[in-house]
Design a protein around this ligand. Structure first.
Ligand SMILES: *Cc1c(COP(=O)(O)O)cnc(C)c1O
Length: 411
């Protein structure tokens, strides 16, 4: 069965929500994947910032097969060792030196579900305060260009009109603040605000860092107002930026941290972590999930976290990212206006909307790339990417840009 045949069967069987698939992929190893026609690619998207250890890492393969051969699913009426170990592990890494006392983890299956859990914490916390003082707290703040997920609650926190419009009316009460605008945040903040959602690095928007001063202001203002501060680390967390969590560098301690993408090494699992007192906002019966914390996914996540530690991948992500960004800048390519990001979450900005053309030129040349916006390439490769692999892309980029610019000129 070749790529074309699989593609046509795909179109007849799967709902057309993602557009036509770019490739049909059949296997991989580390940062390399192979398509149904036997062509190899260097994967610089990593399943959208998911595959921290790349494909088929022996630690993940072993953890998943062992656990599947032992106990596959039991429901949350029961506890399992991998689920407990994962909760403990997340509490050790979510804040430098470990989470403060009272912190607790809710395990989910995806990023959007982690944010739904955080939303319920925000509402429940606000409603408890309102029950005390009679003052309603209906407002929730998020940032312009934010992406928090596609389920309808998380979608209400998501900026992009095209994602929202077909599904309106969405959950009311959400207002968007310009990124980094402390004055606007001060203006919007008040005791009728229940919570503030921030991605410390906005990934889907094209890799834009939210600066530490803004995070510090958000922490100070939410604390004053009695509102919860939620850091959405679904994309930027778990080592991708070179720190376990992207908010660590700012020194803030949020009330909740949401995770997913990188956690399971490709297996679907996420987490919403209530920090300190926020760990006990949700009590018995207030939230649930059938699959969340499934032992096979939890075992995969434990293997990922252990391996990021044992292979020194935080340091590697930080150093390789820094070196790679410098090498990309040093190309001094006409039309390449900025290389930004942290660790192995990198945005390469162009003056013209050539990113989609670069994605197709890259594919022809054996690279899996992603256009986060029409002018931005987003690089979010596995953290096991080698310096040689990164350099092979840097060396190919001038040719890809020349070819994209030629095509852009012909349009
Ligand atoms: C991808 C992403 C989500 C949504 O995660 P899903 O697993 O696709 O539901 C939420 N927030 C951020 C910052 C993301 O990058």
């Amino acid at each position: 069965m070749n790529g074309r045949e699989w593609g046509s069967r795909y179109a007849d069987a799967l709902m057309n929500t993602f557009g036509a698939p770019q490739l049909v992929l059949v296997e991989g190893s580390g940062a390399r994947v192979t398509d149904a026609d036997g062509r190899e690619y260097l994967d610089l998207l990593g399943g959208i910032a998911v595959n921290l250890l790349g494909q088929a890492h022996p630690a993940v393969v072993r953890a998943v097969s062992d656990q599947a051969g032992r106990l596959g699913h039991v429901s949350n009426f029961f506890a399992t060792p991998p689920q407990v170990a994962l909760g403990e592990h997340l509490l050790r890494i979510v804040e430098p030196g470990g989470a403060p006392g009272g912190s607790r983890v809710f395990l989910t299956n995806s990023g959007t579900e982690s944010n739904e859990c955080a939303l319920k914490m925000v509402r429940a916390h606000a409603n408890a305060l309102t029950a005390g003082d009679g003052r309603p707290r209906p407002r929730i703040l998020a940032l312009e260009h934010a992406f928090h997920g596609r389920s309808t609650g998380a979608l209400a926190l998501t900026w992009k009109q095209a994602y929202r419009a077909p599904f309106e009316p969405l959950m009311p009460g959400v207002e968007f603040i310009p990124v980094g605008d402390i004055a606007a945040l001060e203006q919007a903040m008040g005791e009728d605000v229940a919570g503030v959602f921030v991605e410390p690095v906005q990934g889907e928007a094209g890799v834009h860092e939210v600066d530490d001063d803004f995070l510090l202001a958000a922490r100070r203002l939410t604390r004053q107002a009695g509102a919860l501060l939620v850091c959405d680390e679904v994309q930027c967390g778990l080592g991708r930026t070179g720190d376990w969590m992207a908010h660590h560098r700012s020194g803030i301690v949020p009330d909740a941290v949401t995770l997913a993408k990188g956690l399971g090494g490709g297996m679907p699992i996420g987490a919403c972590i209530g920090i300190g007192a926020a760990g006990s906002i949700l009590g018995p019966g207030m939230h649930g999930t059938t699959f969340g914390g499934n032992p096979v996914c939890a075992a995969a996540a434990n293997a990922v976290l252990d391996t990021v530690e044992s292979e020194g991948l935080l340091d590697h992500a930080e150093r390789l990212g820094r070196q790679w960004r410098a090498e990309l800048r040093d190309l001094d390519l006409p039309g390449l206006t900025e290389v930004r990001g942290r660790g192995l979450l990198i945005g390469v900005e162009f003056s013209a909307p050539i990113a989609p053309l670069l994605v197709s030129a890259g594919r022809e040349a054996g690279f899996i790339l992603n256009a986060a916006t029409p002018t931005t390439l987003r690089l979010a490769p596995p953290l096991v990417l080698t310096a040689t692999q990164a350099r092979s892309f840097t060396e190919a980029l001038p040719g890809l840009v020349a070819s994209a610019q030629r095509q852009e000129g012909h349009r």
